[in-house]
Design a binder for this molecule. Structure first.
Ligand SMILES: Cc1cc2nc3c(=O)[nH]c(=O)nc-3n(C[C@H](O)[C@H](O)[C@H](O)COP(=O)(O)O)c2cc1C
Length: 209
């Protein structure tokens, strides 16, 4: 998310709307992109850890802080999360892109993903599932409700603790996630984030003279 000297676009009241011809999908489907490609860690009741790549995840409430992940019942991780009632969402970066993809195509039924793919589990503060040390942000989550939606079960969870790499914190305790090299997933492909266009409320903020 490198800054660029190019001016950010501004909202213009009188800008002519650009009109493009639309096509209607034969079948409605999931096209809400981009989303994160999160590395979700979990473990069995004996503490044996596993990882699953999850794109169907999101923030659902600010206070209390809550998130959701949707997991197919066939996934090995589904059983583990059911067993312990917790998991950790680990944000992914350009450096973690390949391992994120691998964890999304290999099953913990067959392979110890932490060991085989060179990731380091570390103790979480509030949940049994470990975090991924190589990830810049680890979000500890405790399941409060499971919704059986169809292909996927949605684990609705409360965020019980967040840990972040100290190197992205400034002296005022502000987290500079823009420096972490986060990635996004869009329609089957992974992307590095592009240039910053503005910050929250920038379009109406008074310019400093
Ligand atoms: C980019 C990406 C996103 C994925 N998102 C999800 C998801 O949201 N839910 C899900 O159940 N599986 C998802 N998968 C598939 C699982 O990560 C995959 O089946 C994995 O091997 C399951 O691991 P496990 O059997 O060890 O639990 C995704 C895979 C990739 C590559």
């Amino acid at each position: 998310m490198a800054n660029s000297r190019k001016k950010p676009p501004e909202a213009k009241k009188d800008a002519p709307a650009q009109v493009h011809k639309k096509i209607t999908f034969q079948k409605p489907g999931n096209i809400l992109y981009p989303v994160p490609a999160a590395l979700v860690s979990c473990c069995d009741k004996d503490g044996r850890p596993n990882l699953i790549t999850i794109a169907w995840t999101g923030t659902v409430c600010s206070d209390p802080p809550m998130v959701s992940i949707s997991v197919r019942r066939s996934r090995y991780s589904h059983r583990l999360i059911k067993e312990t009632g917790d998991f950790v969402i680990n944000l992914t970066t350009e450096d973690l892109a390949a391992v994120t993809d691998t964890c999304g195509v290999r099953s913990g039924k067959d392979v110890d993903k932490f060991k085989e793919y060179g990731l380091t589990p570390f103790d979480s503060r509030t949940v049994k599932a470990p975090g991924v040390l190589e990830s810049p942000v680890n979000i500890e989550c405790r399941v409060v409700q499971t919704l059986e939606l169809g292909s996927h079960d949605m684990f609705l969870a409360e965020v019980t603790c967040v840990q972040a790499d100290e190197r992205y914190m400034d002296q005022n305790g502000k987290l500079h996630l823009e420096k972490a090299g986060l990635i996004a997933y869009s329609h089957g492909a992974y992307f590095a984030l592009g240039r910053q266009l503005g910050t929250f409320g920038y379009s109406v903020r008074k310019k400093k003279r």
